[in-house]
Design a binder for this molecule. Structure first.
Ligand code: AHR
Length: 502
């Protein structure tokens, strides 16, 4: 029989973490599977706009309010040559992508991405090829994108019909170079030298750019954190951000364990940040390097065999994870962790945005919103403000892998006289009565709130039943003496905006 337990979420407006950087609500679009082709770009679709992009997909993406959008990879970028994908389409070569064993037609390239990005109001975040590419190739690309004109590569952009520079401020120095699977993978010392050479060239070409250097892409790798330290010691003064990647999964089919993974996301962020702080402190650098969690998601079902091997095809269906309710709770856990660490995490990118480990799927002219779509939408709406420290007082359970977890996972953002709270009830059986206790201000009223919940952690949307998991308005909340109380059903993600007294 289902019962209820009580938890208090303690907050105080003076106990702030930092301003939440809007770029933690970023996305990632890679030339992989059906992400670009059949995902965002499908000129033959009845949904296509004048750029050949699918308006149904773009409208759904708009609901997620993505900020930083990373492109064009991923593993793909480590064999990519940007010059293949610019200029007249009929002259662009067909190329082999060895990372995903697929065919790339280059019909959608960086200039098309920039047109799309401007239309979507994204902040472009370009990754350069440091697998088979050179620092000079990267620098040429930057000139092509950011320099007004009068020199070779900038003039080439103009010739291609893009008179004004794209003015791209965020650049990633390669992708997952610590991963043995990466094209051009080398030891940390070797990568650090090339990353630094590239960083210096890029900044000589355009000093206004901000750079992300590759950090450890998985805690399981033997070089975890040692790689980060070596790379940072070498590149600390040349880069602004250190890249962190994190994919999680429920391989053991144990939902409570899976929901406890948030603990280890916190620890990964804290451990990596501690390397940044330690290099900053011991090497007496002027500024700290911050974190860019530029790939994160649940990914474990479509991770091997035919799911990752394109078998020489164009736009093969790869990494097409189907997301369920428990995944939605874990996605919310990632976002809570980023908000709680607003002082160190400045960029985070959901990997990815459509068809490939994505909140949105397409099938022919149809589109399906997956479970993880909804928490991301609920959080993104309320992302403006300052993150508050959260203190949770309430029951929990012991996880074998991740230690003690409270049933409630939470984060909070203060925006003037409005407080947004983000709550996940990880209890599979029982509802949770949550008291929101903001010590120094009174809560006056509920502005709005939504919930995602369901009876079965494995429940997922399908093309036949697309509304099994979705967000719903949830207005049941009582306020007394300036404190709010909300009763959350088992397995739920809740986001609310509350009006405070002045
Ligand atoms: O997002 C899918 C892949 O995951 C990316 O290409 C790679 O960077 C990571 O291993």
């Amino acid at each position: 029989m289902s019962t209820s337990h009580t938890t208090t979420l303690h907050l105080h407006t003076a106990f702030t973490v930092d301003v939440v950087d809007p770029r933690i609500f970023g996305g990632f679009l890679e030339h992989l599977g059906r992400a670009v082709y059949e995902g965002v770009y499908e000129p033959t679709s009845p949904h296509a706009d004048d750029l050949g992009c699918r308006t149904d997909v773009l409208n759904a993406l708009k609901r997620l309010r993505f900020t930083a959008m990373r492109y064009p990879g991923g593993n793909f970028v480590s064999g990519y040559h940007w010059q293949d994908a610019v200029g007249p389409r009929e002259k662009r070569p067909k190329t082999r992508d060895l990372a995903w064993q697929s065919i790339e037609t280059n019909q959608f390239g960086p200039d098309e991405f920039m047109q799309l990005s401007n239309r979507m109001d994204w902040t472009p975040m370009m990754a350069v090829n440091l697998g088979t590419g050179t620092p000079e190739e990267a620098r040429n690309w930057l000139e092509y994108c950011n320099v007004e004109g009068g020199t070779r590569w900038a003039d080439l952009r103009k010739e291609h019909g893009h008179e004004k520079p794209h003015d791209i401020k965020l650049w990633c120095l390669g992708n997952e170079m610590d991963g043995p699977w990466q094209i051009g993978h080398v030891p940390a010392e070797q990568y650090a030298i090339v990353a630094q050479q590239t960083a210096r060239l890029l900044k000589m070409c355009d000093p206004s750019v901000e750079l992300v250097v590759c950090g450890s892409c998985a805690p399981e790798l033997p070089t975890y954190l040692e790689w980060d330290r070596k790379v940072l010691e070498h590149c600390k003064d040349d880069v602004e951000y250190l890249s962190v990647h994190r994919y999680v999964g429920n391989e053991d089919d144990n939902t409570p364990e899976f929901l406890a993974v948030t603990n280890s996301i916190d620890r990964q962020i804290e451990a990596t940040d501690s390397v940044c702080r330690s290099v900053h402190h011991t090497k007496k650098t002027k500024r700290r390097v911050y974190l860019s969690v530029d790939e994160w998601n649940v990914w474990y079902r479509a991770r091997t065999g035919e799911h990752v091997d394109g078998r020489g095809k164009f736009a093969p269906p790869l990494l097409e994870e189907v997301y369920n309710l428990e995944d939605a709770l874990v996605a919310a856990g990632f976002l809570n962790s980023f908000i709680r660490h607003a002082d160190s995490v400045k960029i985070a990118n959901l990997a990815q945005i459509v068809n490939v480990i994505a909140p949105i799927l397409t099938r022919g002219d149809e589109m399906l919103l997956q479970s993880i779509f909804y928490p991301i939408e609920m959080y993104a709406k309320r992302r403006t403000g300052v993150s508050l420290q959260t203190r949770v007082e309430g029951p929990g359970y012991e996880s074998k892998k991740y230690g003690h977890v409270t049933y409630l996972d939470s984060s909070a953002i203060l925006n003037g006289d409005q407080l947004s709270v983000f709550l996940v009830n990880r209890d599979l059986e029982n509802s949770a009565e949550i008291k929101i206790d903001l010590a120094d201000r009174n809560i006056l009223s509920l502005i709005d709130a939504e919930i995602v919940t369901g009876k079965d952690p494995k429940l997922a949307n399908t093309y036949d039943c697309p509304g099994l998991i979705q967000s719903q308005a949830f207005t049941e909340l009582s306020i007394s003496g300036g404190k709010a109380v909300v009763k959350l059903p088992p397995m739920s993600v809740y986001a609310a905006t509350l009006q405070l007294d002045r």
